[in-house]
Ligand binder design. Structure first.
Ligand code: FO1
Length: 321
């Protein structure tokens, strides 16, 4: 499989891509990154998922945290706080600030986000082609309670980082998605792909937001190539983060089989579940999706590479049953 397209959110997607790059060193890998998590802060455009992929594959990521830069300092944030300028709940470091300054400057000069991302990647050399899902503004909002018996929509980062997803989420809305267009190169990459992969990213706010861009789902389903996903849910709980909270908001149980059904056999040809969920294989296959159980914990690069190999092997099985 020479041409691989992978959709990706932040931490989980980025770590998987590291394994994929190692599993398929000769392949052309195009990554379509979620931009629904993007946020404007201090007049700067921050793209957490694109940056997480770029830093992770480029060797600049804070390994334990999974987001932000290694060796980070927070002088700018402290100085802003001294002026009473927040939000303090979002940790932007000094090194990371430079990325947002360059990005914002280029956007203000008229470059689209796809061109800006390409320029930033020239420094980081991630070894994949990283494309934002769209050049248009899409912002994921979460409908929560307003405390007065009503409801209010808040930015995804406020829900995720400030509130730690601990308040009820009634709906997840990718604001602007309906009017968005896939970024240049996205549909072409899907059309030329030999396989499309869904890493173990959040099915709602990461992969789901990418699929909400008009034309994206149709292009993937109609590409005529295997589409294989890896479950981000293991043993009834998300491996990382608070994906169960946003799954509940869209009425999906936090099980590997339910996430596969959520994507559906119209989109997904193959699905990997963890070995602890081996008893879900039958149910997923009954839904018309070829399923295998393999270890899905990204404990180190070897384990992650094996996961990527298993995904590519399953794609091969779908083509040559
Ligand atoms: N996640 C946190 O839990 N707390 C933070 O303060 C935080 C800051 C941050 C800054 C830049 C960046 O690229 C990512 C950052 N993240 C932070 C991660 C991010 O909020 C989410 O994990 C992703 O958006 C979900 O994919």
């Amino acid at each position: 499989m020479r041409r691989i397209v992978a959709l990706s959110g932040g931490i989980g997607g980025a770590r998987f891509l590291r394994g994929l790059r190692r599993a398929a060193p000769e392949a052309d890998i195009t990554v379509i990154g979620n931009t629904g998590d993007d946020i404007h802060l201090f007049g700067l455009k921050v793209c957490p998922d694109l940056d997480t992929v770029m830093y992770t594959l480029g060797g600049g990521i804070h390994e334990e945290q999974g987001w932000g830069r290694a060796g980070e300092t927070f002088a700018v944030k402290e100085e802003l706080a001294a002026y009473g300028v927040g939000p303090e709940w979002f940790g932007l470091g000094d090194r990371d600030f430079a990325t947002h300054i360059v990005r914002t400057q280029m956007l203000a000069a008229g470059y689209p986000l796809s061109a800006v991302t390409e320029a930033l990647c020239r420094r980081w050399e991630p070894g994949v082609r990283l494309l934002p899902m769209t050049d248009d503004r899409v912002e994921t909002h979460v409908l929560t309670d307003d405390g007065d018996g009503g409801r209010k929509a808040i930015h995804f980062q406020e829900y995720w980082v400030r509130l730690r997803a601990e308040v009820p989420a009634h709906a997840i809305v990718p604001v602007g998605a309906e009017q968005a267009e896939p970024a240049p190169g996205v549909l072409e990459a899907i059309g030329a792909a030999d396989v499309v992969l869904f890493p173990p990213s959040n099915p709602v706010v990461s992969i789901g937001t990418i699929l909400a861009v008009p034309g994206m789902r149709e292009a993937i389903a109609g590409a005529g190539v295997p589409v294989v996903g890896l479950s981000p849910v293991i043993g009834g709980a998300p491996v990382r983060g608070m994906a169960d909270k946003v799954l509940a908001a869209v009425g999906v149980e936090p099980t590997a089989a339910a996430v596969a059904r959520h994507y559906g056999s119209g989109l997904l040809d193959g699905w990997l579940v963890d070995t602890v969920d081996a008893d879900a294989v039958g149910a997923v296959e009954e839904d018309g999706i070829r399923c295998r159980a393999v270890p899905l914990l990204m404990t180190d690069l070897d384990a992650t590479t094996d996961m990527a190999r298993a995904a590519l092997a399953l794609a091969g099985e779908v083509v040559n049953p």
